[in-house]
Write a protein that binds this ligand. Structure first.
Ligand SMILES: [Zn+2]
Length: 467
């Protein structure tokens, strides 16, 4: 194998791009929605199809990993590159988010190309991700007879429900996770021209805030002005948590100057944010106030009110309600002390209750872990070289404002290995929302990057990877 071969492999992959898109389309037609038990058979059917296809590509020991009460993972490997070659684990997930059909312009399970984008649930999250690796492997097999590295593929069936059994799979099948470097393909690119390397995630915490004052609803005409209104009190106390822009004002992080400056290199213009987040005409993104959008979105905590018990229009009546409740979703900054943030928010909500109402704050759900990673060493230099060849530029270090449980799990268990988090999503993808799509130009470049990445890692060798 030489880096020279990689050019021929990349040319082969490019020449077979249409076949790769066709293969992707066939996977996308299977509604493998993991949160819906009525689709469990579809998840298994898709897993079996992938298992068979990986065997056909030439990988060995292509199999389903199973556990009681869990949807399967697909695993396969190719260990023919010898003990001096690095072993690369490639992770993706085959399951899908559910769809609300009424908001889709096309059938979510019938892949439809419009312009440069392929629309279907899962097109970018995450079928395009792992199919881009299979396409690269196919071309390595066709041109060189073998990939240049040892490989393990692991395609999970429960990522979209939070990877509840991934650690059990790691414990039950440890041999399927032995590797020198891991490529976790389920992440985003800042634009169709700029590849992303994800290096941070925010964590998640949910708090239920209750303001209570009456045993029974009271007549607002009789008692208004002398009896506290829990709804009003709750609104006023929640307002303590936000600044004049509506951002959480607790737990602001001071991040390293270099990171704060690098955040300005991420092309998150007002136009990109407005279109990606579907802002209505006349509404613009929040002002920077001395911080880049990327810092606000990835490195600072944020709060959203995700439910309340405020009276709905159907419940309208002239009454002071007994109590009011709001559930707050708190995105915890990477490396932030979650307990300290919890205490700060609780203190702000419960000190001097408005109107003397009774305020309680209760944490609900399970916390999601954040993650902050420093990508350095030969594997990342190799990745940058591969991306320069495929995309014409190296990867931009980006964060994710959300919480991806599998990343936190890999980070905790394998954080001492190089973890390369890439993917085929971009700001227009609307993963999890209606009209999910993948940009085919990104898909093409992702396949080429995968081809070159294996060559670059192989050229380092196992020893060079550890240097
Ligand atoms: Zn995903």
């Amino acid at each position: 194998m030489s880096l020279h071969d990689a050019d021929a492999v990349a040319r082969h992959a490019d020449a077979h791009f249409d076949q790769t898109v066709d293969a992707l389309r066939r996977y996308l037609e299977i509604p493998a929605v993991s949160c819906d038990p009525s689709h469990a058979a579809d998840v298994v059917r898709l897993a079996e199809r992938i298992r068979d296809d990986l065997a056909e590509v030439g990988l060995s020991d292509s199999r389903l990993l199973t556990l009681p009460d869990a949807l399967p993972c697909v695993a396969a490997e190719w260990m023919g590159a010898g003990p001096d070659a690095p072993t690369v684990l490639i992770y993706g997930h085959l399951d899908l988010q559910p769809v609300e059909r009424k908001n889709w312009h096309t059938d979510p399970h019938v892949p439809t190309q419009k312009g440069e984008r392929l629309y279907a649930r899962g097109a970018a999250d995450d079928m395009g991700g792992w199919v881009s690796h299979i396409a690269a492997l196919r071309s390595w097999m066709a041109i060189s007879g073998a990939p240049p590295c040892n490989l393990r593929l692991l395609i999970e069936g429960e990522e979209e429900i939070g990877s509840p059994n991934l650690e059990r799979f790691m414990d039950a099948y440890p041999e399927a996770f032995i590797a020198d470097v891991m490529i976790l393909t389920d992440c985003e690119n800042p634009s169709t021209e700029i590849p992303g390397l994800t290096v941070s995630l925010r964590g998640l915490m949910e708090l239920k805030v209750t303001a209570a004052a009456l045993h029974a609803d009271g007549h607002s005409g009789l008692w208004g002005n002398m009896v506290p209104d829990p709804c009003m009190a709750l609104v006023k106390m929640l307002a303590r948590l936000i600044d004049d822009d509506g951002r959480l004002n607790c737990g602001r992080m001071t991040i390293p100057e270099a990171d704060a400056a690098a955040a300005y290199d991420v092309p998150l213009s007002n136009e990109v944010i407005a279109s990606g987040a579907h802002l209505i005409d006349g509404v613009v993104p929040l002002p920077g106030r001395g911080r880049a959008p990327a810092e606000w979105m990835w490195r600072q905590p944020a709060m959203t009110i995700i439910s309340t018990t405020m009276p709905t229009p159907a419940q309208k009546k002239n009454a002071i309600r007994t109590s009011a409740q709001a559930t707050l979703s708190i995105r915890v900054a990477p490396n932030q002390d979650t307990d300290a943030l919890h205490a700060e928010i609780t203190h702000a909500l419960t000190r001097d209750p408005v109107g003397g109402v009774k305020v309680t704050v209760e944490e609900v759900g399970t916390r999601g872990e954040g993650w902050l990673y420093t990508p350095k060493g030969p594997a990342f230099e190799a990745a940058d070289r591969a991306y320069v060849k495929a995309w014409g530029r190296s990867m931009v270090r980006i964060g994710v404002g959300g919480t991806i449980p599998f990343v936190a799990i890999f980070g905790r268990r394998f954080g001492d290995l190089p973890l390369i988090l890439n993917g085929v999503m971009d700001p227009q993808t609307t993963a999890h929302g209606p009209n999910e799509s993948m940009h085919l130009g990104i898909f093409r470049k992702a396949i080429a990057a995968n081809v070159y990445l294996l060559a670059e890692l192989a050229a380092l060798g196992r020893a060079g990877l550890q240097a």
